[in-house]
Design a protein around this ligand. Structure first.
Ligand code: AVI
Length: 335
């Protein structure tokens, strides 16, 4: 991605910041969590005792990788949204037969570059077509000069839960277009469970999630002309039963005014900034959510039904491509 494109992505995000902080109630886009420090904090979260999703999803992937890979099948062009989920993507790269190529899509050009460099040295036989883009908006795939049979989008981590159901449907609509006929989606979906387990996962004892939440303000300070004092905010998160979601907020500890790009944002004591929703679904709720765009072909879960990995297919199926041009390419490379 060139410098200009990167600037456009930044400008888009920061106009969302200004809009969110001038709204009532206030909110911030959760993609702003992921600057360098925020990404490192998220890695830390994913190793916490209380945060069950990452390790459970990895367990489900490991236990079922053969079946997943054979369902995806030969000639797959694998597109990962939010690249570099390390162990998980490696399981797919290692196991999908005759993979036609891998397209990591990430909003951070720098993160993408690092991931691609590492993966290229580990998987010299796989063609990688990186795309720096904000996948929450419309995006176009890069030119793929490899023959392939079908596309499979990989969207792990239950990041779908960070969209509202309405946004999730809009996202699924766009992804189903990218998948096209014969395409599929492998998606991680966190499941509804007892409230205590859910709330513990977003209120860990060590305060890593609190630091992750507060870092969004530091990130804004680093990128915009603003003077948030993170000492004057506190982390608050809870499971909203009625809406079926975890909500993360930052609460202003006092009355204060914060400078933001030439204007002043006023906070009352106790006023909140909503920073994230994390929706949790039952399997039925999720099937309904996707039903306009995908059929749920297979659901894998762990023993305790904490998390699921699901294989969704575009409903309109065409006949398999019998000439299999991707195969010669894969075989030529000694797959
Ligand atoms: C990335 N996403 C799926 C995480 C979640 O669980 O919703 C982000 C997160 N927020 C707090 N902890 C983790």
């Amino acid at each position: 991605m060139d410098v200009k494109q990167e600037e456009i992505i930044k400008e888009d995000i920061f106009s969302e910041v200004i809009e969110g902080l001038q709204s009532s109630p206030k909110y911030l886009p959760s993609k702003l969590f992921y600057d360098e420090k925020g990404s490192a904090l998220f890695d830390e979260i994913s190793r916490l005792e209380e945060y069950y999703p990452t390790r459970t999803e990895i367990r489900i992937m490991k236990d079922n990788i053969e079946e997943m890979s054979s369902l995806l099948g030969e000639g797959t062009l694998l597109i990962e949204l939010g690249s570099g989920s390390s162990i998980k993507i490696r399981l797919l790269l290692d196991n999908i037969p005759g993979l036609a190529g891998y397209v990591p899509v990430d909003i951070s050009a720098e993160h993408l570059h690092q991931t691609v460099e590492t993966l290229k040295s580990e998987y010299p036989q796989i063609d990688i077509f990186p795309l720096a883009a904000d996948y929450t908006k419309d995006f176009k795939l890069p030119e793929i000069n490899n023959p392939y049979d079908h596309k499979a989008v990989y969207y792990p981590g239950s990041t779908i839960g960070n969209f509202t159901p309405k946004e999730a449907k809009e996202f699924l609509r766009r992804i189903s277009k990218i998948c096209g006929d014969n395409g599929g989606l492998i998606i991680g979906v966190d499941l509804k469970k007892d409230k205590q387990t859910l709330e513990n996962a977003y209120n860990d004892k060590e305060g890593v999630t609190a630091g992750f939440n507060l870092n969004i303000l530091e990130h804004i300070n680093n990128e915009l002309d603003s003077n948030f004092d993170i000492e004057k905010f506190r982390h608050f998160s809870f499971f909203n039963d009625e809406a079926g979601r975890i909500e993360m907020h930052l609460i202003s500890k006092e009355v204060q005014n914060v400078r933001l790009n030439g204007s002043s944002i006023h906070f009352n004591k106790g006023e909140s900034i909503l920073t994230e929703y994390s929706y949790k679904y039952t399997l039925e709720e999720f099937r309904d959510l996707v039903s306009d765009f995908f059929e749920v072909r297979k659901v894998w879960t762990d023993k305790e039904n904490l998390f699921s990995v699901q294989y969704l297919r575009s409903p309109s199926q065409t006949l398999p491509n019998l000439s299999r041009p991707w195969r010669a390419k894969a075989e030529g490379k000694g797959f």
